[in-house]
Each structure stands twice: as C-alpha cells, then as structure tokens.
Write a protein that binds this ligand. Structure first.
Ligand code: NAD
Length: 273
C-alpha cells in the first residue's frame, strides 16, 4: 500500500489551489518554528520546505534556542495576517512543554493539530485540523478502499501527535478501537485480533509476523533511523507474508503526511481573513 500515488494526487490539488489563492493576492504561507538543529529534525524541515516550494506555498523557518524565544516567535506569528499555518517542531529545549507552547498557535493556523484546543475539538467533533500523520492513516485506508465500519482497529502507541488522534479518527468512522502501549502486557494477543493494525510506537521491527493474522491491513507509521542511515518502520517486512496489506517505510504514511500538511496550509489560507 504505497502512499506515493495518493500523495501525488493530494499535492496536485494543493498546487492548483495555491496557484488560485496566489493569483488572488494571498499566497499560502507556512511558518516552521524550530529550536534544534539535530539531523532528523533538520532533514524533516528541509523536506517540508522543498515540498511547500514545489506546490507554490511560501515556507519560512524561524530558529530560536529557548522556550522564551519560541513563545515570542509563536506570539508574533499568531498575529501576522500573512502567515496561514504554523508548525512547532520537536524536540523542544529542556523543560519546555509542547502542550503549553502549542496553546499559542491559533486553532485556524494550527495546521498540524498540535494545540490542546485542536485535539479537544477533534475529540468533540468540532472543526479543527487533525494531526497530519493521523489523518494520513485514514487517507491511506480510504484510498485502498479498506472498510472501517464495525471492524476492529488496533492502534499501537498513545502519543498525542499520532496514536490518540488516529484512534479517534478511526472511532469517528465507526471502527471498534483498541489502543495498546508500552505497558500492554501481551501485545500480540491483541494485535492478532485486528482487522486494521496501526503501528505508531517508534520501535523498529516491533510488529512481527506473529502479531498479525491473515486478513489484517497494517499501517506502519514508524520512522526509525537505521545504523546504515536509512529508515525502518515499526513493522518487520516479513509481515507481508501473513497480512493482507502493509504500507512501506519509506514511501507509505510519510509522503501522505507531508501532502496533507500542505493541504491544511492552503485550507487555512482559503479561510483566512
Ligand atoms: P512517541 O514516542 O511519542 O510515542 C510512542 C508510543 O508508542 C507511546 O505511546 C508508547 O507507549 C508506545 N510504545 C513504545 N514502545 C512500545 C512497545 N514496545 N509496545 C507497545 N507500545 C509501545 O512517538 P510518536 O511521536 O507517536 O511517533 C511514533 C512513531 O511514528 C515514531 O517512529 C515517529 O518517528 C513516527 N512518526 C512518523 C510520522 C510520519 O509522517 N510518517 C510522523 C510522526 C511520527
């Protein structure tokens, strides 16, 4: 279940919408706020900036090193009418709280659904941008025509950025949802019951063939750096021998996440002012 074709479709629509908005004097603009230059984060920012540029979206990167700097930057971006979307990149400086800082991002500019208000609205069924990765999980399932209603979805991982919102989005689509995490005693006993398995634990190869049943559709969200400098998912590729379908890493959830994030930016620009 490659994500590349779906990402291409989404990006084409984004580019068309961005061109239209730009023609009308409102080029969509994303601001990325970062407080670190570590390899993974810097690579992610480069890839977002390049993807935005390809689709005609302006992307500014604001670098700062302290929680106070982040607060000042987010406050000024929140008030800037030229900026339509804001993402706050992790990891944050020691002692800084993502939840506290993300409250400074207005809901209408919170294109990666990071603020507690956006998450609350998502759970309450009110308009808000969902975290792009969680939305990408659902977009891939829809793209490949996987039925969700009444089926058992198991999500491994309970983070606020991926596991919890993915579980809520699945619940909204009438799946019966089980969330597993690091203290779940017998993971395989639960994952083997899944019709749909979402792996978002950040542990390379956590899900092996014995964790799935024939007929399980597996979405691998994990992106784990390999010693060789590549990327590995949370799912052992040997799972393809048992499961009905599996998303690859790289080339599965990742490209769809980026495309949806950019879609959120054009949507935010379209509803602004
Ligand atoms: P996180 O570390 O915040 O959360 C991991 C979750 O997995 C926790 O809830 C933890 O309880 C659970 N977990 C850890 N070990 C486990 C185990 N052995 N068994 C069961 N559960 C376990 O991570 P995150 O931010 O949610 O990210 C998860 C993964 O998704 C990471 O690999 C991350 O790089 C990747 N990710 C990918 C994208 C993308 O666009 N493809 C975007 C965001 C995150």
């Amino acid at each position: 279940m490659s994500g590349r074709e779906l990402a291409k479709e989404v990006r084409a629509a984004v580019a068309a919408r961005a061109a239209e908005l730009t023609k009308n004097g409102r080029q969509p603009r994303l601001a990325v706020v970062t407080a670190n230059d570590d390899g993974g984060s810097a690579a992610y920012i480069r890839s977002i900036s390049a993807a935005a540029a390809r689709e005609g979206i302006a992307c500014d990167v604001a670098r700062t090193t302290t929680a106070t700097g982040i607060t000042a930057t987010l406050t000024s971006l929140a008030d800037d009418p030229e900026v339509h979307g804001i993402i706050l990149q992790t990891p944050l400086p020691e002692g800084a709280s993502l939840a506290a800082l993300a409250t400074l991002i207005p809901v209408q500019k919170d294109v990666d659904g990071a603020s507690p208000e956006s998450i609350g609205r998502l759970v309450a069924g009110l308009p808000a941008f969902a975290p792009a990765t969680a939305e990408a999980v659902l977009a891939l399932l829809d793209h490949y025509g996987v039925e969700l209603r009444g089926r058992h979805a198991v999500v491994v991982g309970r983070s606020v950025v991926v596991g919890k919102p993915a579980a809520h989005l699945l619940l909204d689509r009438h799946a019966t949802v089980t969330i597993c995490h690091s203290r779940t005693p017998d993971l395989a006993a639960i994952t083997r019951q899944a019709d749909i398995l979402v792996a978002a634990a950040g542990r390379a190869g956590l899900i092996g063939p014995w964790h799935v049943s024939p007929g399980t559709t597996v979405i691998d969200v994990g992106t784990n750096a390999t010693p060789e400098g590549g990327l590995a998912g949370d799912v052992d590729p040997a799972v393809t021998g048992v499961a009905a379908a599996l998303t690859p890493v790289p080339g599965g959830v990742g490209p769809v996440t980026t495309a949806l994030l950019l879609r959120h930016v054009v949507e935010a620009a379209a509803i602004a002012g």
